[in-house]
Design a protein around this ligand. Structure first.
Ligand code: 9Z3
Length: 319
């Protein structure tokens, strides 16, 4: 592990704005993970996956009016959450506020306003044409939450995202090879350090503006080697130029020691992906009977993690 990367990360966290509700988030995560640890009475640990989803924002002002955003609708993360839960995993879902949520993906775009109508005397009712979709979503979402197998942690900024990812990693490491990181969030590579950020809204009318952005420390490296070194780690590589996609994914796998890198091209990402592992590349496509490419993708990755657990000689959980 490169000492410079560790120092850069330490500097990043030391200078980041304090995470709101930090203590409550730590307690929630720890309680969620503790319930899945093996006990002295012989209970086995259950498998758990941390799914990251949505894009991070990079604020340009402390009292933020303007920010840089990374593209991600959150569809991949939400669909994958459903697939992992069906396979018996518990899921920590770190997601950008306002992006797609599991079990809600097939609702109309503006659910609250379009799904209900006034029914007189302070009553509202479900519009019949939306009734089936809304009932299904509400039932599935609440049963997932009530089952205790889904923990939803929202973020907006890059600072919040990385703080939460670190908290989750340091707790999940207890599950050793039984935990997986599935890092589908689109994370900014550049940011404005908090100490060099202006407090108030940047003023216009002074001609063109130049701004220097610092490089975000390579947190994948820390996650993989320091925070949760036994976890099965999957990251995503997004490109718009398909000619460089696989090379970049291979480079990311080697550089960060990922167990798998999922390479996807922006326009075809909902139909197919290529999974790069140390054994080569595998094309994963959705077939006509499948609603989402995440169904075969998650199946493939679960099988890879099972081999990884077996290779480590630990208790294998059949999920
Ligand atoms: C992805 O590549 C995800 O698959 C998508 C999913 C963001 C494309 P949607 O949310 O799309 O369903 O609309 N995520 C990783 C994107 C990313 O920024 N990766 C970094 C990179 O490619 C490495 S961590 O350099």
């Amino acid at each position: 592990m490169d000492a410079v990367e560790v120092r850069n990360a330490e500097t990043f966290f030391a200078s980041a704005p304090p995470l709101r509700d930090r203590d409550a988030i730590v307690a929630k995560v720890e309680e969620f993970v503790q319930r899945r640890l093996p006990t002295a009475s012989g209970n086995r640990a259950s498998r758990m996956v941390c799914i990251t989803s949505g894009g991070t924002t990079v604020p340009l002002e402390r009292k933020c009016v303007r920010f840089i955003d990374n593209f991600s609708s959150g569809h991949r993360g939400a669909a994958s959450t459903e697939c992992f839960m069906k396979a018996g995993y518990s899921v920590i879902f770190i997601n950008r506020r306002g992006t797609a949520q599991p079990f809600c993906r097939f609702l109309p775009e503006d659910p609250l306003l379009t799904c209900f109508e006034p029914a007189g005397d302070n009553l509202i009712q479900l519009i019949p044409s939306h009734a089936v979709a809304v009932q299904k979503a509400v039932t599935e979402y609440h049963s997932a939450l009530n089952s205790g197998h889904l923990l939803n942690l929202p973020y907006t900024t890059l600072f919040e995202y990385l703080e939460i990812l670190k908290i989750v990693s340091l707790s999940l490491r207890q599950l050793q090879r039984n935990c997986m990181f599935y890092l589908a969030a689109a994370v900014s590579d550049f940011y404005v350090p908090w100490q060099s950020m202006v407090e108030h809204k940047i003023q216009s009318g002074v001609g063109p503006m130049a701004m220097e952005l610092a490089q975000v420390p390579k947190m994948l490296m820390l996650l993989r080697h320091l925070w949760a070194p036994e976890a099965f780690c999957v990251s995503f590589k997004l490109e718009t130029d398909v000619k460089i996609l696989i090379k970049k994914a291979q480079a990311a796998r080697e550089k960060y020691g990922m167990h798998a890198v999922v390479a996807n091209e922006l326009e075809t990402r909902k139909q197919k992906v290529i999974v790069v592992t140390n054994e080569g590349q595998v094309l994963v496509e959705k077939d006509a009977s499948q609603a989402d490419v995440e169904i075969p993708l998650v199946d493939f990755l679960i099988a890879q993690q099972t081999s990884y657990i077996e290779a480590g000689g630990a208790n294998v959980l059949v999920v």
